[in-house]
Design a protein around this ligand. Structure first.
Ligand SMILES: Cc1ncc(COP(=O)(O)O)c(C=O)c1O
Length: 427
């Protein structure tokens, strides 16, 4: 690991939580240089919904490379882009009666967010945007301005004006409907909140701690957008792409966002990001928003293969099946260790296990890693273990991972009790 410590910036992060050198990966497994296998409950933070090195995706990419397919094309027309757009239209948009234009941005999530915010402000001619507590939308300046977490916001002392934060669903507990609060602020000309161009939200705040918005709340926010002529931007970067069992996480709620941002798994494991926008919002002048790497052609090839999964209901059903196992497994864990006061929440194959004791979630994640399971933390104070396995994970692997979590929690608990015993033992 010396070269990483010597040469790579302090900013490196996951290498600290998972301090081995990974060499290969397949399906729901990672392998280190010593050949040790790790079950992956992290899936590249939602980038590997179809698993590592999916055989069909790899095969398509190899064929494309061997055929001297275009790798870099700016936003020129290419065969790979054509095939991707056709598949996106036929497999995802048309069956859902979704009439949207597609804008390709630079290949990371934050690029899509920047474009969405810029377009919304441009179309509405307003500068303010409303975002929610605990939101995470990326770390470039515009995206960070709509990101709540102080750890990220503290990095530089620039002015992040033109954003108003409102409480997300559940911020004051289930009893309080925070959308009423939002509506009141917009109705009241003296609230101090300027009429925004857009409201941006995640249906499930993933980095924010797996906070699930209720469907009624989403519908209520959508109604507010319609009543006040505000654009609704739904950030599907982490919880879209089938994570909740349907391709879009908002499908069950019935809402119709004006703008949708997609990245991570849309590229089938390769860097790709895009914005879906209602046709009447497509008011860009040609070339007004560019980027050298927008529309990555090899990613189009991978993405097309990945989207084929949605031509029938098999994967969606598999997510539901696995979701029930995950939910049941987490509820059992909560029961198994009542003294900790844990709680579980989520949908589809994104779940959070809240471990309220300070620092314990981190200890459990570290212990899991020693046992061969990769799982990360989320939430403002890193108290949530975030379960984000590839959607294609085998039931047996999912159960094995849950077994490791149980062992790890038990061990960490006993270690903590032993430490307490040392401190208070004789009293
Ligand atoms: C909901 C959401 N939006 C935006 C982003 C930013 O994506 P990227 O890290 O690719 O810029 C993330 C990344 O985790 C995310 O979870």
């Amino acid at each position: 690991m010396r070269i990483f410590e010597q040469l790579e910036s302090q900013v490196r992060s996951y290498i600290r939580s998972f301090p081995v050198i990974f060499e290969r990966s397949k399906g729901a497994y990672l392998y280190d240089e010593q050949g040790r296998a790790y079950i992956d409950f992290f899936a590249g933070a939602g980038t590997l919904n179809y698993g590592h090195n999916h055989p069909k995706i790899i095969e398509a990419m190899i064929a494309y490379l061997q055929n001297d397919g275009i790798l870099h094309g700016l936003d020129k027309a290419t065969s790979a882009k054509k095939a991707f757009l056709q598949t996106l239209s036929e497999t995802i948009l048309e069956p859902r009666h979704m009439d949207y234009k597609v804008q390709f941005t630079g290949p990371t999530g934050t690029n899509a967010i920047e474009s969405a915010l810029k377009l919304a402000r441009m179309v509405k001619g307003r500068s303010n945007v409303i975002a929610f507590t605990n939101a995470f939308h990326g770390l470039t300046m515009g995206s960070m301005a709509v990101t709540g977490n102080a750890f990220y916001r503290d990095e530089a002392f620039v002015n992040r004006a033109n954003v108003s934060f409102m409480p997300f669903d559940g911020y004051f507990g289930e009893e309080v409907d925070t959308s009423l609060y939002l509506r009141r602020f917009l109705e009241d000309g003296s609230s101090g909140v300027d009429l925004p161009a857009a409201i941006i939200l995640e249906t499930i705040q993933a980095e924010g701690g797996v906070n699930v918005a209720r469907d009624e709340w989403l519908r209520s926010v959508e109604k507010i957008c319609r009543d006040f002529d505000i654009l609704l931007i739904v950030d599907e970067i982490q919880v879209g792409n089938g994570r909740t069992g349907r391709f879009f996480s908002f499908e069950e709620s019935g809402i119709r966002p004006d703008i949708i941002t997609l990245s991570k798994s849309i590229g089938g494991g390769l860097p790709l990001a895009l914005v879906l926008l209602r046709p009447e919002l497509d008011q860009w002048k040609p070339g007004e928003h560019t980027g050298t790497f927008r529309g990555n052609n090899l990613a189009f090839v991978a993405a097309k293969e990945a989207l084929e999964y949605w031509s029938d209901s098999v994967l969606g059903e598999w997510v539901k099946h696995n979701s029930a196992i995950l939910k049941e497994g987490l509820e059992a864990l909560v029961q198994d260790f009542p003294e900790i006061g844990m709680s579980a929440r989520g949908r589809g194959l994104i779940y959070g296990l809240e471990i309220p004791w300070s620092g314990m979630a981190k200890e459990v994640s570290a212990n899991c890693f020693q046992k061969g399971l990769v799982i990360e933390l989320a939430g403002a104070s890193d108290t949530v273990l975030k379960f984000l396995p590839p959607l294609i994970i085998e039931e047996e692997t999912l159960r094995e991972g849950l077994g490791i979590i149980k062992e790890a929690i038990g061990e960490v608990l006993r270690e903590r009790e032993a430490r307490m015993g040392e401190v208070f033992g004789d009293r």
